[in-house]
Design a protein around this ligand. Structure first.
Ligand SMILES: Cc1cc2nc3c(=O)[nH]c(=O)nc-3n(C[C@H](O)[C@H](O)[C@H](O)COP(=O)(O)OP(=O)(O)OC[C@H]3O[C@@H](n4cnc5c(N)ncnc54)[C@H](O)[C@@H]3O)c2cc1C
Length: 440
């Protein structure tokens, strides 16, 4: 992989087998790159989005906001506070490294220059202590937008991050949404380029990410309405409502633990859909907490004296997880097809379950109790994608079928013969090297 900093994408065209992109260096020289795919992660004013001509629906707010980041000598804030004062609404929150952030709404007629003056910033911060004890590191005036692109993919071009969605900051999910995009898209592209999945899987990027990004923006807009009261009466009503909700324990935990945030769970996308009720669903099917298209849980696990978060044990590929039982023992010949796409197996078992450790085995104890039997009963298995989404699940005795169906969904299996396509390292390497060629 080559990272070239200080290079501007000037324009691009899609041809039959890829994208031809013209790049400009700082010294004005240009060169052309031919690539299989292009990701436009070029921010809210995205040149790529405009060139694609896709809509960017939503609204831009009328108000400007001043953002102030400051480092404090002693910073003990451990929660976000919203000052719903109609005279000057102001969210205030902790930030990493002993920093805090304030956001102050500007009134009509107040300019950015005026609000960013050090004396004005000192005046605004004074209710929180002596400004002499605070080191103001950044001030910026900006305007909120709440927009989502009408589709995240057009042909061989994908949009990610602020190029695809911009949100008011009230849910604190601007950058996070972009990270989710990257997590969702990058492994799919890598798998397609290596020949481990068919190009059809790339359509699931839009199916999975767009609804979630939009739901997060809708939440930020709702929070914004609560946070930015336009009158004293509205501020009073909001205060009374919030105080009331805090007296009801379930409502309090709902608000404080931000359970109001939309779950990162897909209705449609790249996972094996459950059969509809009445169609071959065994009546005695055990209860599991696993939802296909949702995130696999995370917990602290241990192997011998090594402990880690389960996400780290799952690795970067496709993982077949067995609950209390080794799924590999039930794979038979399908084990080769799984390992051909870089898939691995792990077993999660009860804490304290007797383990006869072998060198290099994949049996982990569930130290935090996140998995067995809370998530799934002993004897269950799940196929987890590289981005930790649950792709399939079922009885571990049917592990071979789970893997075959998974590979079929990924387009990596010849469903007629039931055998894996030729996807060995040599074929993968030649596909990957064909992915990018550079013309200077
Ligand atoms: C004042 C402010 C405060 C914020 N605070 C938070 C926060 O606390 N938490 C949070 O989660 N989010 C926050 N956000 C939102 C967050 O900054 C963005 O969601 C995030 O930076 C988006 O990342 P991105 O990579 O998609 O876009 P950007 O960060 O905008 O990066 C896009 C990059 O593409 C480059 N580029 C553009 N055009 C071209 C081209 N033609 N060729 C080559 N390169 C190009 C740009 O130079 C830039 O480096 C804040 C935003 C603002 C404005």
């Amino acid at each position: 992989m080559t990272v070239e900093l200080g290079v501007e994408l000037v324009d691009f065209v899609e041809d039959t087998d890829g994208i031809r992109a013209r790049l400009r260096h700082r010294d004005g020289t240009e060169h052309t790159v031919h690539a299989k795919y292009l990701i436009g992660a070029d921010g809210s004013k995205s040149h790529v989005r405009k060139a694609l001509g896709v809509g960017f629906d939503g609204r831009t707010y009328a108000e400007d906001w001043l953002i102030v980041d400051a480092k404090l000598d002693s910073s003990s804030l451990d929660h976000i506070e919203f000052l719903c004062d109609p005279r000057r609404p102001a969210p205030h929150m902790p930030a990493p490294g002993g920093r805090q952030r304030w956001e102050f709404m500007l009134h009509p007629g107040e300019s950015a220059e005026e609000m960013e003056r050090p004396e004005k910033v000192r005046e605004l911060l004074s209710p929180w202590g002596s400004p002499d004890d605070m080191e103001v590191e950044r001030t910026a005036v900006y305007r909120f937008h709440a927009r989502t692109v009408e589709r995240f993919q057009k042909g061989r071009v994908f949009l990610a991050g602020d190029a695809a969605h911009i949100t008011p900051p009230f849910a604190g999910q601007g950058l996070v949404a972009g990270l989710r995009d990257a997590m969702n898209l990058c492994w799919k592209l890598a798998w397609v380029l290596r020949g481990h999945a068919g190009p059809g899987v790339l359509e699931s990027y839009d199916q999975e990410r767009r609804p979630h990004a939009k739901a997060m923006i809708d939440l930020a807009r709702l929070l914004g309405r609560i946070i930015m009261p336009t009158s004293r009466a509205q501020a009073l009503a909001t205060g009374v409502l919030m105080r009331g909700l805090r007296l009801i324990p379930p409502a309090r935990s709902y608000l404080e633990e931000l359970k109001i945030k939309p779950q990162n769970q897909f209705d449609r996308g790249l996972f094996v859909e459950r059969r509809r009720r009445g169609l071959r669903r065994p009546s005695a099917q055990p209860k599991t907490q696993l939802t296909r298209g949702a995130m696999f849980p995370q917990g602290w696990i241990q192997r011998g004296s090594d402990g880690c978060w389960s996400d780290d044990a799952l690795g970067d590929g496709l993982t077949l997880v067995g609950f209390g039982i080794d799924p590999e023992e039930h794979l038979g010949q399908t084990a080769a097809a799984l390992s051909a796409v870089g898939g691995t197996c792990i077993q999660l078992c009860h804490r304290g379950q007797r383990i006869h450790r072998r060198e290099g085995d994949h049996v982990w104890e569930d130290i935090s109790g996140a998995f067995v039997p809370g998530t799934a009963p002993v004897g269950w298995a799940a196929v987890v994608r590289p981005d930790r989404t649950i792709l399939h699940d079922g009885p571990v005795t049917e592990a071979a079928r789970l893997v075959r169906e998974t590979l079929a969904v990924l387009g990596a299996e010849d469903s007629d013969s039931g055998r894996s396509k030729e996807i060995g390292p040599r074929a993968a390497a030649s596909r990957a090297s064909a992915a990018t060629e550079v013309h200077r």
